[in-house]
Design a protein around this ligand. Sequence first.
Ligand code: ADP
Ligand code: MG
Length: 263
Amino acid sequence: RRVSSDEGGAAGRQHGTDAGREPLVVMSGVDKHYGALHVLKGIELTVGRGEVLVVIGPSGSGKSTLCRTINRLEGVDGGRITIDGKELPAEGKALAGLRADVGMVFQSFNLFAHKTVLENVTLGPTQVRKVKKADADRRAMELLERVGVGHQAQKYPAQLSGGQQQRVAIARALAMDPKIMLFDEPTSALDPEMINEVLDVMTDLARSGMTMVVVTHEMGFARRAADRVVFMADGEIVEQADPETFFTKPSSARAQDFLSKLL
Ligand code: ADP
Ligand code: MG
């Protein structure tokens, strides 16, 4: 399911749509309300296999809700969402299976405080995927090495820096062998000096061909890693384009306004 390095490289990252990619996540007409508040308004969005989508937009525009509906942390009121051709069931075993296909990394690292770093990473594979402990341990160590915290495996989360904890959270999500990784402002809670170590891991992951949806305010990351930037405002996708086009000539007034305030 990896794209070739050719597709995943700079050339492949220039097109502004999912043209030519097999759809992995398809959202059609997705509606979501919180009481009277209409937070997602008829969202039409396709994420191609191997594609890296960066979602940006003002606070309250529905970015987190969009992520949370993709793995059914939130239900939807209308429309449908399919992952790899399968519609997301509302609940039950099938939901647990599909949810396991979607890795999620949050702003707050959400590691289990009373478990070691290694145990945090092996828990899902052994309990949900029924992987043998020895195999789960081996794979977890590979992933911890990959994100640069292999030497911290026997420590507890509180003994790690925020940046290290977030990298463990990424390894934990990857250990489930997800088809897609969702990142909801993964660096927003980090001290500035730790942001890049997490973005570097995410950039490597993007280059490896992982399908990713990343909500972030890190425009440098968006420019270098995104295939497509999706700009949301008021529960709608207002504009989407390849990063070069989006950052140099955004077409909507709302995106122009949003970008001007970042500078
Ligand atoms: P963003 O991530 O873009 O900041 P969110 O998806 O978190 O936006 O929120 C979109 C809107 O929905 C906001 O107005 C927020 O206050 C509201 N909202 C989010 N979660 C809930 C909830 N569980 N209950 C009620 N309102 C919510
Ligand atoms: Mg949010």
